[in-house]
Design a protein around this ligand. Structure first.
Ligand SMILES: NC(=O)c1ccc[n+]([C@@H]2O[C@H](COP(=O)([O-])OP(=O)(O)OC[C@H]3O[C@@H](n4cnc5c(N)ncnc54)[C@H](O)[C@@H]3O)[C@@H](O)[C@H]2O)c1
Length: 243
């Protein structure tokens, strides 16, 4: 498949995990991809391995988004795909969670998507582009310790619908809702804990980053031309099992 020939994409948090799988998938389908991340070593490594362009960008900072947009628009004059994937996670009930931790989770996980549209709305509109935000099952399910993250992902779910309204019909805006995916937060867990997480899904296993990337690529492509303001679960049936 070559659904992104002649198209330009930005993937935030693209250095590893689901973001890196997106970078790889979009490049395999001929997109020019800008990989935006705070981890310079991992970002440069993934960029070298995939052919992406690495740009240091802390997605919680407007100035970093402005530099990224200036670079993309100067070099290509367009943006077709924005994958808003970077996140921050801090655990704790509100009475034990430091205020700074609350703020960083909201800034990286929620505010970043607003900042992305702030700087790229014009380029996305001109290109008839598409935004895919990476949400989480925690937008819809409540577990102890996840107050900040769940609030941010719940806010992101509302923001995605709102952005779909604001920028229609030129720009489509959708979300994927991953369940447990085998990235670094699971790589340090014991095999018992992983089996426990796998047991929470209908699939009976953790998902792979490339399985999420495949759905993101679908939503970003013209095959999903009639899909906007939608949430698509990529969770092996996690949410069905938990309702
Ligand atoms: N892995 C899962 O089980 C799972 C489940 C549900 C949702 N998600 C969502 O999927 C997305 C990707 O998760 P993952 O597991 O691949 O994560 P990961 O930890 O493997 O990768 C996250 C990337 O984001 C980057 N990043 C962190 N803060 C940043 C910032 N301020 N600016 C720019 N980049 C920053 C990191 O450097 C890293 O490269 C997140 O939105 C996460 O909430 C993941």
């Amino acid at each position: 498949m070559s659904r992104f020939e002649g198209k330009v994409a930005v993937v935030t948090g693209g250095a590893m995990g689901i973001g890196a799988a997106c970078v790889e998938r979009l490049i395999a389908e001929d997109a020019v991809v800008y990989l935006a991340d705070v981890d310079d070593a991992a970002g440069a490594k993934t960029a070298a391995e995939t052919g992406a362009v690495f740009v240091h960008c802390d997605v919680s900072r407007l100035a970093d988004w402005e530099s990224l947009a200036e670079c993309v628009v100067r070099e290509h004059g367009r943006l077709d795909v924005l994958v808003s994937n970077a996140y921050a996670l801090r655990f704790g009930a509100p009475h034990e969670l430091p205020e700074d931790d609350w703020d960083v989770v909201q800034a990286v996980t929620l505010k970043a998507t607003y900042l992305g549209l702030k700087v790229f709305a014009e380029a996305l509109t001109a290109a008839g582009g598409s935004v895919v935000a990476v949400s989480s099952v925690h937008a819809h399910a409540s577990y102890p310790g996840f107050a900040a993250y769940a609030a941010a992902k719940g806010g992101l779910a509302a923001l995605v619908r709102q952005l779909a309204v604001e920028y229609a019909p030129a720009v489509r805006v959708n979300a994927v809702v991953p369940g447990p995916i085998l990235t670094r937060q699971f790589s340090s867990l014991s095999s018992e804990s992983i089996a426990d997480e796998a047991g929470k899904t209908l699939a009976g296993r953790l998902g792979r980053p490339e399985e999420v990337a495949a759905v993101i690529a679908f939503l970003a492509s013209d095959e999903a031309a009639y899909v906007t303001g939608a949430e698509l679960a990529v969770d092996g049936g996690w949410q069905v099992k938990h309702r």
